[in-house]
Design a protein around this ligand. Structure first.
Ligand code: AKB
Length: 317
């Protein structure tokens, strides 16, 4: 397909897997980040250093490479955001405004915005959280992403920019470790289970949260972006659901494969963040509009994660 795609924040958990997936579909995908690229992103030499807070750099890149689509992944997540609210607000808000402005003014055809279940808050219905509902987030991450959703909607209304977004749940992957989120335990637990057969969880055992396996998240993201524009009924972000489980349920599933595995619970400040989030998400609008269906169950995720982490461990030994 003749598109030139720019991905910001490409070295993060989503970008590290989305960039290779996009490179299978599109002829040119430029990965960008502030960080040094991992090997998986550097192979096509299409990597540039880019700070989304520096608008002229962004503008120069979009014009120079004639970028037609942007996936704007650069963001600060929930736990890091609570520790550094000022930085989270600046990167999540100013970064997005720069991207929206530059895309709208330079005929970028499509923009992807990653939102989150953190846009909901303690007053939102916790189970089967609907697409349209009460939204009173109580983290800086959630506040900035909710404001971001409204900016996306506003730019679409005012400029016609084809912006599309997803409210990601916690994402589970073995390729790149999560960083700075509240749902990160669901990644860490696998590495600890394989390596040390034990894990100390910073959330309490019955804290149920919406989660998704990365292959589902990557496929859903590309499916949303490829859907015909007339099928997209919401320009803020779609509810996007995989499965829901608690740390105790995940630990029990891991124990089926590693019987000696043990888990302890020592909730920290992230417990309060998790307590304000939904437990399960109703994504019927995404299903109806562009046919979203997740593929991975908890059992399938655990089998795939353990197999791949063991494979990585034995190949690096
Ligand atoms: C986080 O925990 O902050 C993220 C999210 C749910 O958006 N994984």
């Amino acid at each position: 397909m003749s598109e030139t795609i720019l991905v910001t924040g490409a070295c993060g958990q989503i970008g590290s897997e989305l960039v290779p997936a996009l490179r299978k579909v599109y002829n040119r995908v430029i990965a960008s980040d502030l960080k040094e690229p991992p090997e998986s992103l550097n192979d096509a030499s299409d990597f540039i250093r880019l700070d989304v807070l520096y608008k002229n750099g962004l503008l120069d890149c979009i014009r120079r490479f004639k970028v037609t689509q942007v996936y704007h992944l650069a963001a600060v997540l929930s736990a890091t955001g609570e520790r550094n609210p000022e930085m989270a607000w600046r990167i999540n808000m100013k970064g997005l405004r720069n991207v929206l402005d530059v895309c709208a003014a330079n005929n970028v055809r499509k923009l992807f915005f990653p939102s989150t279940i953190a846009v909901f808050g303690p007053t939102t219905p916790k189970n089967g959280t609907p697409q349209f509902t009460v939204m009173e987030p109580n983290t800086i991450y959630g506040i900035s992403k909710l404001a971001g959703e409204r900016w996306c909607h506003w730019y679409h209304l005012k400029t016609g920019l084809d912006v599309r977004g997803l409210r990601y749940p916690g994402l589970i992957s073995y390729k790149t470790k999560a960083g700075g989120g509240t749902t990160d335990y669901a990644v860490e637990i696998f590495f600890e289970a394989v390596q040390h057969k034990k894990y100390v969880c910073y959330l309490s055992e019955n804290t149920v949260l919406p989660m998704m396996y990365m292959p589902d998240a990557i496929r859903g993201t590309i499916e949303l972006m490829e859907a015909p524009a007339e099928r997209i009924s919401t320009r803020s972000s779609y509810n996007f659901s995989g499965i829901s489980f608690s740390p105790a349920e995940l630990a029990a599933e891991i124990k089926k494969h590693i019987p000696e595995f043990t888990i302890q619970y020592q909730p920290d400040f992230r417990q309060q963040i998790a307590d304000g989030w939904p437990q399960s998400i109703d994504d019927s609008v995404a299903q109806r509009d562009w046919g979203w269906q997740p593929a991975y169950s908890l059992q399938a995720i655990v089998v795939d994660m353990l197999q791949n982490i063991r494979r990585l461990k034995s190949s690096s030994a």
